[in-house]
Design a protein around this ligand. Structure first.
Ligand code: ZN
Length: 581
């Protein structure tokens, strides 16, 4: 997995955790299981930061230097396992094993594509960031401070070589990724100062000061070199474009989303859904109008009427100092509703901890769930929320209007209950390690978006028209993310027209729209995964409902769907249909 994919996955939630039930009978390993084990052993040696982030403690303190040799090693690894997996007798695999097989094959194909075709390691300097290597050590519980100290020092010692090799790899970066890399690595400096350094002070080893200083200087140098490069390229306008073009977009879409639809099909569908969603919003606006504007007749222009109403309703919001607290307060209410309506079973022993997004991860999304890896199921699941205290007053106000008291509930459903956090708890219980490690982002995001609709359909919020109207605004955002992403990379969409799409057609606040534009220039196809995932899950459920009639049971559907870990949606559908036969 490339660094950038890893980075995005880390931010957007990751794979689940491990089921640690001991197995009373040890059955002989199948050929597939043996090969999987060998594959993972080699993979972890090649990607120690990833291994440590999944909870493999023995890899904490190891850091891969991203030089030319490391790329050759990765290519050799891929070549070796493409050959070995090709020898597996696919006909002899169980349905679930077959999905695992396909996931590993997809991983190998994606990685070689990243190295030989996409080459983000050359043009995306934010690929390089040691923050994620430190995080597992800072966050895990250590029995003795000395081991933690040893691992931290080991990483700090390798940091200068890491950044020297990183800079060597760069070749015509994009302006946008230079900007992101500067911001994020500055965040990493703060992270070292605030979270790593205090842990060293407790130690008896006095060598740490010079090693620590060397690491901090290395990151500062990297940032300074990026700033210089940005200035030089600005003069000659020599940046690479952040737009990847139709060919790469199509290839990345197929490798990442793993759904039975092309980018064009999802784009066309999203455009239709945009019109339909506007009709739904008009319906709710008409219901609400007289309550908020008793003296004014409904405006002739539907969009303007919706906009006016949304503006009015958005006034109900938290303030910057209470935002995180409000998020925290709401989770028990969501839990109670899911239980009351019998939507799915929740595990009361798994805790969700709300916190400010750590500095080295800030700048990509508003909120995210950071789950423990399969090898460290006891680490808490974090609900990261962007802190508002560093924003300007105006920007914070705009942010809070967007995440008002209504949309905040949808956000909490999406990130928390029964969205990402619940999906990950189920994923933890699924027996397949492969499906946990190669979690499919489209399934993960699709489920979270599906869970919003499912909660409201079951009467969450007492069917309040305000909540429905805000929900559809939120949903419209998901729909427009697909349109934005597609048009940005395939149709040369300008910033001006992108902001017009987000603000005029999707009723977003200016801050939200500007942040989305920024994010859209950093990533490719990821923004399309939400709507693609949602629509595939929703259509499947509706078809099943029709086919089963009275027999359809929502709780059964939800739990069955979640039981296969974070596998691609098309594979989950296949597996569910096999069970039904
Ligand atoms: Zn999400």
């Amino acid at each position: 997995m490339s660094q950038i994919t890893k980075f995005i996955l880390l931010l957007l939630v990751l794979t689940g955790m491990v089921s640690c039930q001991s197995q009373p009978v040890i059955k002989p390993q199948t050929e597939m299981e043996k090969l999987e084990q060998q594959f993972f052993n080699d993979l972890w040696n090649l990607s120690p930061t990833w291994a440590a982030s999944l909870g493999k403690k023995e890899f904490e303190g190891k850091l891969r230097i991203p030089d030319a040799q490391s790329i050759q090693d990765e290519k050799a690894f891929i070549g070796k396992y493409m050959g070995l997996f090709a020898k597996i007798n696919v006909a002899g695999l169980s349905e679930s094993e077959l999905v695992d097989y396909k996931l590993i094959k997809n991983y190998l194909e994606s990685t070689i594509w990243q190295i030989d075709v996409f080459k983000a390691y050359q043009w995306n300097p934010s690929t390089y960031n040691v923050g994620e290597a430190f995080a597992p050590i800072v966050e895990s519980k250590y029995a003795d401070e000395e081991s933690r100290h040893k691992n931290l020092l080991s990483l700090l010692e390798k940091t200068p070589a890491y950044y020297a090799a990183a800079f060597e790899q760069l070749n015509t970066p994009t302006k946008e990724h230079l900007h992101l890399a500067i911001e994020q690595n500055q965040g990493t400096i703060r992270y070292l100062q605030n979270s790593v350094k205090p842990l060293l002070h407790k130690s008896s080893d006095q060598k740490f000061q010079s090693i620590y200083d060397g690491a901090e200087t290395a990151i500062k140098n990297y940032v300074a070199k990026l700033q210089d490069l940005k200035a030089i390229l600005s003069k000659s306008n020599g940046f690479r474009s952040f737009r990847i073009g139709s060919k790469l977009y199509k290839e990345k879409f197929a490798l990442n989303l793993q759904i039975n639809a092309t980018p064009e099909e999802m784009y066309t569908f999203a455009k239709k859904e945009k019109i339909k969603t506007l009709q739904e919003m008009t319906k709710y606006a008409k219901i609400l109008w007289s309550k908020y504007f008793p003296k004014t007749p409904f405006l002739k222009n539907n969009k303007q009427a919706i906009k006016k109403l949304l503006y009015k309703i958005s006034e109900h919001h938290a303030d910057p100092s209470t935002f995180i607290e409000k998020v925290r307060e709401q989770l028990p209410q969501l839990r109670a509703f899911v239980k009351e309506k019998n939507l799915l079973d929740l595990d009361p022993t798994k805790v969700l901890t709300v916190r400010e997004t750590p500095a080295y991860q800030q700048g990509f999304s508003t909120a995210s769930v950071d789950a423990p890896g399969p090898f460290d199921p006891d680490r808490p699941t974090y609900y990261n929320v962007t802190p508002l205290d560093k924003m300007s007053k105006e920007r914070a106000k705009s942010f809070l209007r967007e995440y008002n008291n209504y949309t905040m509930q949808i956000l909490n459903i999406h990130e928390g209950i029964p969205g990402h956090y619940v999906q990950l708890v189920y994923s933890m219980k699924s027996p397949s390690l492969v499906k946990k490690i190669f979690g499919n982002g489209t399934m993960i995001e699709g489920w979270a978006v599906y869970s919003e609709r499912m909660m409201l359909e079951n009467g969450y919020g007492n069917n309040s028209p305000e909540l429905w109207l805000m929900y559809y605004k939120w949903y419209l955002r998901v729909v427009c993310n697909t349109i934005l992403d597609y048009e940005l990379h395939n149709k040369n969409l300008s910033q001006k027209n992108a902001l017009k799409l987000l603000m005029d057609d999707a009723f977003q606040e200016k801050t939200e729209a500007e942040m989305k534009w920024e994010r859209a220039t950093y990533s490719q196809v990821q923004l399309a995964s939400y709507f693609s995932g949602f629509s595939q899950i929703y259509q499947f459920r509706e078809n099943l409902k029709k086919a089963q009639g009275e027999k359809f049971n929502l709780k059964e559907f939800n739990e069955h769907f979640l039981s296969y870990g974070s596998a691609p949606i098309r594979d989950i559908i296949d597996l569910m249909m096999v069970k039904k036969k």
